[in-house]
Design a binder for this molecule. Structure first.
Ligand code: NCD
Length: 320
């Protein structure tokens, strides 16, 4: 595997949050903050990626991640091209690597990739030319590093004292790359307490999240939590989705309603990476209510992706 960081500590690729230490993560979050001007604006367009080409290769559905990477690249003045799994030559049997090589022949500098198969972003780093970058925009159920970053940025903005926070991640943690990357980021930043809450079949193996407490009842799992992050049930990643309870039965037991949210701290925030399945994991009254920071997560997503792209720009080869 090609290292994410160059010998001088510069960011070459964004594959996972695993290799980051607290100082590197904090510095990236601080960098992202510089692109946020209050709640209503992003900082003006900057020339950081002028003359560079950024390709978005999304072989799984995406709205927030794809558009926010696209906007982030445009706001840094890159040229942006998009490859969509449904309309690309992947449908004719072309491999992801061949698609990347095709775009590389058109002098693309940065490849932002979302794939259902684990290991593809790492594999691509071994085949692309030096001075080109791979960014993981969602890899199987394994990792989604920029989502982890935008989640901890949102938490840090709302509740800066992370060491004293209790964060509960509720729902289909087992199949969630978001939960894995956000938990990684929280651990690096020294979160006080992390809980995983859901029915047993949707919780990961205990060894995988060794630092987290597991709860199979919602009320106990979110009791006195400062942050409640809800997740979608990701049926597309399950071998036997029919074995799951119905949406109505799940909502009854684990759906976050205004009433059940009373178990958390009175100032608890509610998060969700999107897309939300209303009245399955989250009641509309909570998703749209005063404790929800879901829109703020989305806003932060552009800033975080600008920071990642700007850092990576320093490692790109040649003059644009
Ligand atoms: C998630 C994903 O694709 O992992 N969405 C996102 O990127 N914001 C979560 C999901 O699909 O449920």
């Amino acid at each position: 595997m090609t290292p994410q960081f160059g010998p001088d500590g510069s960011l070459r690729h964004m594959l996972s949050l695993k290799g980051f230490n607290r100082q590197q993560l904090t510095s990236l979050l601080d960098h992202a903050e510089t692109y946020l001007v209050g709640h209503a604006h992003y900082a003006p367009r900057q020339p950081r990626l002028l003359g560079r080409t950024v390709a978005l290769l999304f072989f799984e559905p995406s709205t927030r991640t794809r558009i926010s990477f696209h906007l982030a690249a445009l706001r840094l003045s890159a040229d942006v091209v998009t490859v969509d799994g449904d309309t690309s030559s992947q449908r004719k049997g072309e491999t992801v690597l061949d698609t990347v090589r095709t775009l590389e022949a058109m002098h693309t500098d940065v490849f932002i990739v979302r794939v259902a198969e684990a290991g593809v972003p790492d594999m691509l780093t071994e085949h692309i030319g030096t001075g080109k970058s791979i960014i993981n925009a969602g890899e199987a159920h394994h990792s989604h590093p920029t989502q982890g970053l935008l989640d901890v940025l949102t938490i840090r903005q709302c509740k800066p004292d992370l060491g004293n926070l209790c964060v509960a991640i509720v729902g289909d943690v087992r199949h969630s790359r978001v939960a894995r990357s956000t938990a990684e980021a929280l651990q690096i930043l020294g979160v006080g307490e992390l809980r995983l809450v859901g029915p047993e079949p949707l919780l990961p193996a205990a060894a995988e999240f060794a630092h987290a407490e597991r709860y199979t009842e919602l009320d106990a799992g979110i009791c006195d939590a400062d942050v409640v992050m809800t997740l979608r049930i990701q049926r597309e990643r399950m071998r036997d989705p029919a074995a799951l309870p119905s949406d109505a039965a799940y909502f009854e037991r684990f759906g976050l309603t205004a009433e059940r949210l009373r178990a958390a701290r009175p100032d608890a925030i509610v998060m969700h990476p999107g897309p939300v399945n209303r009245e399955v994991e989250l009641a509309s009254a909570v998703a749209d209510g005063p404790r929800s920071v879901i829109a703020r997560q989305v806003t932060n997503g552009v800033a975080v992706r600008m920071a990642v792209l700007a850092r990576i720009a320093e490692s790109l080869s040649g003059t644009p």
